[in-house]
Design a protein around this ligand. Structure first.
Ligand SMILES: Nc1ncnc2c1ncn2[C@@H]1O[C@H](COP(=O)(O)OP(=O)(O)OP(=O)(O)O)[C@@H](O)[C@H]1O
Ligand SMILES: [Mg+2]
Length: 286
């Protein structure tokens, strides 16, 4: 489902009446089926943006359109937004509360109108999609699981509702490399299947390898957006150097310092490898 954001601003009101402008006049369009990464320093407004997109906060000014409908307009059915948009916040594992994994994942389907069997089938599908053996996990207490397992259960709870748009706030922070790869592969797959995905991450490699487009926030402003590779190349050219660069880009910078300049388009490890191969086979400067 497509999303359109127009002149979106949001201010938090502090206890003594001062305002914190968390988002300033942000505008962008996200196509149906896109996989969009959101990057920026801590405090730049990423989580606030996701909360607005999920309809959990109303903008101070500006509009958000989901599938052409303004979600904060009078008369808009917010319950349909909860169906459409699934959101996985930072450390979702802390939100598990039911006595069994199955009940926890089924919770979001309470008012879905699905029959009991349909709910069970959905819960099974969501847990299996997240890599669990349903028969083994269904009756376990969520509290008895590891941190990574809890997070997968929490994500299954959001998936079970089959949202058309999925928002992830730093989903891979704190996962080991194996868990990270697994998670990213799975998100890639559901995106391929048609789900629109927005993912906040501080992990430049994950953003470079998996997302199609990027939004870059700086102190509440959208300072760049576009196809992922193009944005990474532009960020490298900005003055503030290290911010928003992949390790492959940093390695290319180091190589350029010892007089081995590679293509400016090197963003991922695969790019780096093919640029080096080209250099060795004489396709470079010779
Ligand atoms: N509940 C709140 N009340 C007041 N100010 C807030 C609140 N939540 C966030 N802020 C402020 O709004 C700004 C944006 O915060 P936000 O949480 O959206 O940033 P973020 O980009 O998600 O950061 P991080 O990478 O650390 O998660 C920050 O300056 C923050 O201090
Ligand atoms: Mg945040």
């Amino acid at each position: 489902m497509a999303i359109k954001i127009e002149n979106l601003s949001y201010s938090y009101l502090q206890p003594f009446g001062e305002k914190v402008e968390a988002l300033k006049n942000v505008s962008c369009s996200i196509a149906d089926g896109d996989f969009v990464g959101i990057m920026g320093h801590t405090g730049c407004g990423k989580t606030t943006l996701l909360q607005l997109l999920a309809g959990l906060r109303a903008p101070t000014s500006g509009q958000i359109y989901v599938n052409g409908e303004e979600i904060n307009a009078k008369g808009y059915d917010k319950s349909s937004l909860r169906q459409t948009v699934g959101v996985v916040f930072q450390n979702p594992e802390y939100q598990l509360f039911a006595t069994t994994v199955e009940k926890d994942v089924a919770f979001g389907l309470k008012h879905s109108g699905l029959s009991r069997q349909e709910v069970t089938a959905r819960v099974q599908w969501a847990l299996e999609t997240m890599g669990f053996d349903f028969a083994k996990i269904r009756s376990q207490s969520p509290l008895a699981l590891s941190g990574g397992e809890k997070r997968r259960v929490a994500i299954a709870g959001v998936l079970a509702r089959k949202p058309e748009i999925l928002l992830f706030d730093e989903p891979i922070a704190g996962l080991d490399p194996y868990g990270r790869e697994n998670f990213l592969r799975f998100v890639g797959e559901i995106n391929q299947a048609g789900t629109t995905v927005l993912m906040v991450s501080h992990n430049m490699e994950a953003l470079a390898e998996y997302t199609k487009h990027l939004l870059v926030l700086e102190q509440g402003r959208l300072i760049d957006s576009g196809p992922t590779r193009e944005v990474f190349v532009r960020l490298k050219q900005r003055k503030n150097g290290a911010f928003g660069q992949t390790k492959a880009q940093k390695i290319a910078t180091l190589l350029a310092e010892v007089k081995l300049p590679l293509s400016s388009g090197v963003v991922t490890y695969a790019d780096l490898l093919s640029a080096l191969k080209q250099e060795l086979t004489g396709g470079g400067r010779g």
